[in-house]
Design a protein around this ligand. Structure first.
Ligand SMILES: [Zn+2]
Ligand SMILES: [Zn+2]
Ligand SMILES: [Zn+2]
Ligand SMILES: [Zn+2]
Length: 439
């Protein structure tokens, strides 16, 4: 089967952003207009007025002015640079850009696959009631001033809150936010069959479970996850309710086995790989029950993991301390928690990330391998989120001088990356160069 999409399918499954904004920390490394990355060969030049935005060409700079013009004046007046705490975040700049655009009749008439700005869901009343708008204004006004049409701004803020996508680069690292008129209608699932990937600021819907979508492609059958779906069912529902105002009853929320595994304990029967339900203490595979001691051990490991995971979120904790904390908890949790338990995932992931930060590659590959196993368990090897992880763990193996494993991992992602990002993509060139080097 050909992986190439017909033009009409391409139009349906990919889309340019209506408005977008780069994260402050990424402004120096990406063109603010087309979102290409700075490389050795590709130099960027700075906006000479505000000195914050960078562009890959004068053409990009010119085209960006309709969005950046007013923002440029405000940033210049503010006199803040990206490191300063009063420099507006990407979400604030996104809404400010959208507000300006929503005052322009031509922009309001723009359609993308028949959808216009006015067609986007807003949940205005909810956003207003939840106090989120007032919180937003506290960051917005110091940047954009207090002379605005309140209703238009509330509309822009609400529509961004529930419709915008986090834009990622080709290694699945977040770089900014964007609003997309057509693909914002895609529904959510905690067990998605599609993912969003980005080429510059263009978003593409790609299958997460198959190499290609079944034909004919029906957009209403595609579901992507609005949040990181590797969280417990309660946590997912809480976040979806809070941020998107609906109670999730998706396929994933109805999947008892999967949800049980996410919070499961490990079976203590010899060599049984089953997950034990944390409420009934019964193994899904062999039906044996945990003893009272084993139950207590399970609860202890869970609460220890909980507190370690909370500490991982604290930015002031050093990487070294984080690693030690994870190592300690892993010692207690291993074998006690189910292998694909999400708290266990968080511990291994915390250890992996700390090792990467400290260039401790031998340990990074050890923890990264387990993170990868759990991701594969829930998401499967065709999921672009897994592909990116395989790529990163492959690079870690290379840094650990384990060339054969590194090459095998990088070769395994090559084909998927080619389908997802295209033959001419930076990421494919990167992986190709690595594979050649490792030969
Ligand atoms: Zn550009
Ligand atoms: Zn500027
Ligand atoms: Zn769900
Ligand atoms: Zn069992």
């Amino acid at each position: 089967m050909s992986s190439l999409l017909h033009d009409d399918e391409e139009d349906m499954l990919s889309e340019d952003a209506f408005v977008w904004a780069l994260q402050s920390a990424k402004l120096a490394d990406f063109c603010s207009h087309c979102l290409v990355r700075r490389t050795e060969q590709r130099k960027l030049m700075r906006c000479s007025r505000c000195k914050q935005m960078q562009y890959c060409s004068s053409e990009c700079q010119k085209k960006d002015w309709t969005l950046h013009g007013k923002e440029c004046k405000r940033l210049t007046a503010l006199g803040a640079s990206v490191e300063d705490s009063n420099f507006p975040e990407d979400s604030i700049r996104l809404i400010a850009r959208l507000y300006e655009k929503a005052g322009n009749a031509e922009a309001l008439a723009t359609t993308s696959n028949g959808r216009r700005y006015e067609d986007l869901v807003s949940h205005k009343e909810n956003i207003s009631k939840s106090g989120r708008f007032e919180i937003f204004l506290k960051s917005y006004e110091p940047f954009a001033g207090n002379r605005y049409d309140r209703d238009r701004l509330l509309e822009a803020c609400s529509k961004c809150s529930v419709n915008s996508f986090g834009i990622k680069d080709d290694r699945q690292i977040s770089i900014g936010v964007g609003l997309y008129l057509s693909l914002s209608r895609l529904d959510h699932s905690c067990q998605p069959n599609a993912r969003l990937v980005y080429v510059g600021r263009r978003v593409k819907v790609v299958p997460s479970k198959d190499m290609v979508f079944d034909r004919p492609i029906d957009l209403t059958s595609l579901r992507h996850s609005y949040i990181d779906e590797l969280q417990s069912i309660d946590e997912r529902r809480r976040r979806l309710q809070e941020e998107y105002f609906f109670f999730c009853e998706c396929e994933g929320c109805g999947n008892k086995k999967r949800n049980g595994e996410m919070e499961g304990l490990g079976c203590q029967q010899f060599r049984c790989p089953g997950a034990v339900d944390e409420e009934t203490f019964t193994c899904a595979k062999c039906s044996s029950k945990l003893t009272v001691d084993e139950q207590e051990m399970g609860q202890m490991a869970t609460s220890l993991a909980d507190s370690a995971v909370a500490a991982l979120r604290n930015r002031r904790v050093s990487h070294d301390t984080k690693l030690q904390l994870c190592q300690k908890s892993i010692k207690v949790a291993d074998g006690v928690l189910f292998r694909a338990n999400l708290q266990r995932l968080a511990l291994f992931n915390g250890a992996y990330e700390a090792c990467v930060e400290m260039n401790n590659w031998n340990d990074a590959v050890k923890y990264g391998g387990e993170v990868l196993w759990i991701h594969l368990h829930y998401r499967g090897e065709l999921d672009p989120a897994v592909t990116a992880l395989q790529l990163n763990v492959g690079v870690a193996h290379m840094n650990a001088k384990q060339n054969e494993t590194a090459r095998a991992l990088l070769l395994s992602v090559f084909k998927r990356l080619q389908v997802v990002y295209g033959k001419d993509s930076d990421v494919l060139r990167f992986v190709g160069d690595m594979c050649n080097m490792l030969q």
